[in-house]
Design a protein around this ligand. Structure first.
Ligand code: UD1
Length: 369
């Protein structure tokens, strides 16, 4: 049977993680898919990009479009222009687009308009909040894709409700596969990591924030920092800082330094380090989609600083709580920490760690000529 030529376009930190197990599966000996990787260059700092390629043992992409930072229109349009040329030459059987970033949308539209088939990895997520760029990206991507890999039943039924059932396949979530692959390395590394950072198991709060709705407005960001400083009076707060947030925090540098207590602002961490920090944290405060889910999988209580989530499954058993008012952060964290001991057992709605295998088979069955 002829091989399937697939082009996978990625460019941001969460895309490297969710694609890693699928890339490995498609490059394995059992695969009948020939894979080409293109990096958009949306994330370009070594700590946002190359560290993931080395930790997750990913091959070097065939091309890097070096789009860099810019407005949404700039990023989307520049990626489209470069990819259009590339796709014309390489004529893949299918273009795989993971997640919900500007890179995802740009690749999906370009491929669909070039008459190519598009497969969306992590299809069907909905936060219902169209002010989030990711919600626009994921909805539009789903509607121009011909194969929709839904990570959960909820995602599958969202697709059904939008008339996309024929294209939808319930596969499970490749981030479960990624975590299962990484856990042995995490377990080997965690003790040294905690010692080097002078952290004690379940004795610190892990914070990540990068959503425009939280970090782009100085007044909002200042209120959040004030709450973090309150927590840091009593507990260690570990805050690996996303470049967008680092940029915005510059003007608050003097304010942060004053009475910062046990707040530690550190550079963005790699995947193994992040999972190790999550696994050992007393509690997580985040606005990331992926971290909510990783906290859930690792049974760590999570507070999400947003009013909506595209991962409603994480709200089961109070494992994750949404809050919007930043003044509520200290109380919510105190409550989550006390809950953590009673953190219940629940079935995993995100799959069994075999999503990548299923996706490979679907690609082979549906595209082999
Ligand atoms: C993007 C995604 C978001 C995802 C996040 C993960 C979109 C619309 N958003 O947001 O869904 O959750 O990635 O990190 O695609 N910067 C650097 N170095 C880098 C990358 C970015 O310094 O390697 C800085 C730049 O100042 C840039 C800012 O971070 O302007 C924001 O980067 P951008 O790619 O526009 O969006 P993210 O906030 O990273």
């Amino acid at each position: 049977m002829a091989r399937v030529n697939a082009l996978l376009v990625l460019g941001t930190r969460p895309q490297f993680i969710k694609s890693a197990p699928l890339i490995k599966e498609l490059l394995s000996r059992r695969s009948r898919v020939s894979l080409t990787l293109v990096h958009s260059g949306q994330h370009y700092d070594p700590e946002m990009s190359s560290v993931f390629f080395s930790e997750l043992e990913l091959p070097r992409p065939a091309f890097n479009l070096h789009v860099g930072s810019g407005t949404h229109a700039f990023q989307t349009a520049t990626i489209m222009l470069h990819l259009e040329r590339f796709m014309k030459k390489s004529k893949p059987d299918i273009v795989i687009v993971p997640g919900d970033t500007n890179t995802t949308l740009a690749a999906a539209i370009t491929a669909a308009k070039a008459g190519l088939r598009v497969a969306h990895l992590e299809a069907g997520l909905r936060s219902g909040d169209m002010t989030m760029p990711e919600e626009i990206n994921r909805r539009l991507t789903d509607h121009c894709s011909s194969l929709l890999f839904a990570p959960t039943r909820t995602a599958f039924s969202n697709l059904t409700n939008e008339g996309l059932r024929n294209n939808a396949r319930l596969t499970g979530d490749t981030m479960v596969d990624a975590m299962q692959m990484a856990l042995p390395s995490v377990i080997r590394a965690e003790e040294d990591l905690l010692r080097a950072m002078q952290l004690k198991e379940q004795n610190y709060v892990l914070v990540t924030l990068h959503r425009p709705s939280n970090v782009d407005k100085p007044t909002r960001l200042r209120e959040i920092v004030l709450s973090l400083k309150r927590i840091a009076k009593e507990t260690t707060v570990v805050f690996p800082i996303h470049p967008r947030t680092r940029e915005r925090l510059r003007s608050l540098a003097a304010y942060i330094r004053r009475d910062r207590g046990q707040m530690r602002i550190i550079s963005p961490q790699g995947y193994i380090e992040t999972i190790a920090l999550l696994k050992n944290a007393a509690c997580i405060l985040t606005d990331s989609g992926g971290m909510q889910k990783e906290a859930f999988l690792l049974r760590r209580p999570c507070i999400t600083l947003r009013s909506t989530t595209e991962w409603p499954e994480t709200l089961t058993g109070k494992a994750n709580r949404l809050i919007r008012d930043s003044r509520m952060i200290p109380a919510a964290i105190a409550q989550a920490r006390s809950l953590s001991i009673r953190h219940k057992r629940f079935s995993n709605p995100f799959g069994d760690g075999k999503a990548s295998q299923r996706i490979r088979r679907i690609l082979e069955d549906e595209l082999s000529h």
